[in-house]
Design a protein around this ligand. Structure first.
Ligand SMILES: [Cu+2]
Length: 140
């Protein structure tokens, strides 16, 4: 086998190796001030490990954010503090966030997530109450 053939064979071996690509989740932040709001995901469950959230603010005028919250257990309810009209983040385990994303803008967040139950929220005043809270699961 000549040298070029050896390199070619090696290249085939490399390309046949399994690729452990990080999971990507597309997130759309939807809704305008004073109306219904929501967070839409292209998948609500990923395997444990590195996850990249590609977050788009699809609103016309309203800024949004996305915070990744790890729950103590599945089914836990995040309570909105009526005085602040938002969830008290001091009581939550935040794994990271895309903060203050202007309408029409996109940003990404890459985090390493352990198996468990999560919620993705926008915690700007009134937004979680208007619908910006969605469950997310990381499988073991
Ligand atoms: Cu929001």
């Amino acid at each position: 086998m000549n040298r070029i053939a050896i390199y070619a064979a090696f290249g085939v071996l490399l390309s046949a190796a399994p690729v452990l690509a990080a999971e990507t989740v597309s997130v759309q932040l939807i809704g305008e001030r004073g109306g219904q709001m929501s967070i839409k995901l292209d998948k609500s469950e990923v395997p444990a490990g590195e996850v990249t959230f590609e977050v788009v603010n699809a609103a016309a005028n309203t800024p949004h954010e996305m915070v990744v919250i790890k729950l103590d257990k599945a089914g836990q309810t995040l309570e909105i503090d009526p005085a602040k009209n938002r969830i008290d983040e001091d009581k939550l385990m935040s794994m990271g966030e895309v903060g203050d994303l202007k309408a029409g803008k996109m940003d990404t967040l890459t985090v390493t997530l352990a198996p468990g139950a999560y919620e993705l929220i926008c915690n700007l005043k009134g937004h979680a109450a208007a619908g910006m809270i969605v469950p997310f699961t990381v499988k073991g």
